[in-house]
Design a protein around this ligand. Structure first.
Ligand SMILES: [Zn+2]
Length: 287
């Protein structure tokens, strides 16, 4: 596809003092100039089976999934608030005395997100000490979940939209409330009648299921390897932390809990690298 570059890397490694031929490796990236908020695929082909192939991205090592003999892939992305410019991405075999290694340069392109200006009553934007402490505790709970890099990698292409009637709005919108800049909107909103079933976009394990101040009834699913999906403002959820869920399994229902002006699903996705537009996930050309 456009913007795709392929590299051939033939290397040799020394094992116990003997020169042993190592596998050769080809690496390709589905988008070498992705914009802020864009997920992309890193693929590797090796001439023989290799263990522990990983992508080093944003200073963290993320496991690659073995899709077929000698075929590996990882899903990574550009955080919606990442700085534009060049970033290094490395594919390497994570064993002692690295045998296979390939370096790729990713050029992060700036995207212009819409700005939404809202005027809200003070009671909706100013909180007492106890509420602020609750908000911070809940934010930390989510951050802790997102820092996990679990195995096995459970997600598979294609991902499944979380609802029937998937009409996403507002990804990355920069919000200004009463003239003050707030955090960007990190997911999409899908307006649907309360009670509409919400399902998991891929296999995974429930990493969080709790009622939060902003998000209301919130479910986070860990799909393995640093990929997470988040579902907020649920009327109800029918899962608990630690439960294994399958792609398409109902996890709850659309509602308006937490800070919501009407029934809708707030849906977000995190991949290695940060918060990406979940709608782009459904269009990725995985194997
Ligand atoms: Zn939202």
């Amino acid at each position: 596809m456009a913007g795709c570059r392929v590299f051939l890397c033939i290397m040799f490694c020394l094992v116990a003092g003997f020169a042993a031929p190592a596998a050769s490796m080809t690496v390709s990236v589905s988008d070498v100039a992705p914009a802020q908020g864009v997920p992309f695929i890193v693929s590797a082909s090796t001439s023989g089976p290799v263990d522990n192939l990983a992508v080093v991205w944003k200073g963290v090592s993320w496991p690659m999934r073995n899709t077929a003999p000698g075929q590996y892939e990882a899903l990574v992305g550009i955080d919606l608030a990442a700085s534009p410019g060049s970033e290094s991405l490395v594919v390497e075999q994570m064993t002692e005395g690295v045998c296979l290694r390939r370096n790729e340069t990713i050029r992060v392109v700036e995207k212009v997100f819409p700005v939404q200006r809202l005027s809200l009553p003070k009671t909706m934007v100013e909180f007492d000490k106890a509420t602020l402490s609750r908000i911070e505790k809940e934010r930390l709970a989510l951050t802790e979940r997102f820092s996990r890099v679990t195995l096995p990698v459970l997600w598979l292409f294609p991902f499944l939209p979380p609802v029937d009637g998937y009409r996403p709005e507002n990804f990355g919108v920069r919000r200004e409330i009463n003239g003050e800049k707030k955090s960007p909107h990190t997911g999409v909103d899908i307006r649907l009648p309360a009670g509409t079933p919400v399902r998991s976009i891929a296999d995974g394990v429930v990493a969080l299921a709790e009622e939060q101040f902003f998000g209301g009834r919130t479910v986070t699913i860990d799909h393995g390897g640093g990929v997470f999906s988040v579902y907020m403002h649920l009327q109800s959820y029918c899962v608990k932390e630690g439960l294994r869920v399958s792609r398409g399994e109902t996890i709850g229902a659309v509602g308006a809990t937490g800070r919501a002006t009407g029934p809708h699903l707030h849906f977000g996705v995190r991949v290695p690298g940060g918060r990406v537009d979940p709608s782009l996930l459904f269009a990725l050309p995985g194997k």
